[in-house]
Design a binder for this molecule. Structure first.
Ligand SMILES: C[S@@+](CC[C@H](N)C(=O)[O-])C[C@H]1O[C@@H](n2cnc3c(N)ncnc32)[C@H](O)[C@@H]1O
Length: 198
């Protein structure tokens, strides 16, 4: 892939959050093992994870939604520069306001939630019904740099609120009988969520 390593470094240098390589490799393996072909991503940033997925999995497509103006434009440029427009469809919108009838692909095998952490449950409730019955949802950053295990000692008030919200989502999904959840301490903590077969 054209300037892929540079893209990763450029994101890190500009504090643009992108998925850690270890987490991406894990996700790629899960998608390959399950023979998945179509992913809906919430939070594209500059298109890094979407480009990694389509470049490493045969016959794979991603439809992704990004809220931020500059990141959306940069993602568009990166996708186009790498000739990946046939495999990645990107929308510029707030995923919570986005009209789902505007999605282009269907038969999504996986939902990858990688946007505003305080809204994980809302993203999940809105988009999980679009995922096929044998599909999964992947959620990243559930450890929040380990802070989730030591909330009482977080000094910054905003960070503490955010970490509490992440923990609330984690507890909610683990207690939800409709879903089977496996936690993987890869990268910053990844959950794989499947609909329970009844
Ligand atoms: C962690 S970054 C995504 C990284 C990307 N998945 C990757 O690994 O290359 C999260 C992105 O979600 C976007 N975002 C936050 N809230 C959003 C929302 N409600 N709808 C769509 N995008 C959102 C942010 O602007 C940010 O670029």
């Amino acid at each position: 892939m054209k300037y892929f390593k540079e893209l990763e470094l450029s994101a890190i240098n500009r504090n643009i959050p992108i998925m850690q390589r270890e987490g991406l490799e894990f996700m790629i393996n899960v998608f390959k093992e399950n023979n998945y072909h179509c992913c809906l991503e919430i939070g594209s940033a500059i298109g890094y994870s979407a480009m990694m997925l389509v470049s490493n999995i045969a016959d794979f497509k991603v439809e992704t939604i990004e809220l931020n103006d500059e990141r959306y434009l940069e993602a568009l440029e990166n996708i186009s520069d790498n000739n990946l427009k046939d495999q990645i469809i990107i929308h510029h919108d707030d995923a919570l306001q986005f009209e789902i009838n505007n999605l282009v692909l269907n038969n999504f095998d996986c939902l990858f939630i990688d946007a505003a952490k305080a809204q994980y449950q809302k993203f999940f409730e809105k988009y999980m019904p679009l995922i096929s019955s044998n599909g999964i949802c992947i959620v990243d950053n559930l450890d929040f740099h380990g802070m989730i295990f030591d909330i009482d000692n977080i000094k910054n008030r905003n960070t503490k609120q955010l970490v509490k919200k992440i923990k609330r989502f984690k507890d909610w999904i683990f207690d939800n009988e409709q879903y089977e959840v496996t936690y993987h301490s890869v990268g910053d903590g990844i959950c794989v969520i499947r609909k329970r077969v009844t």
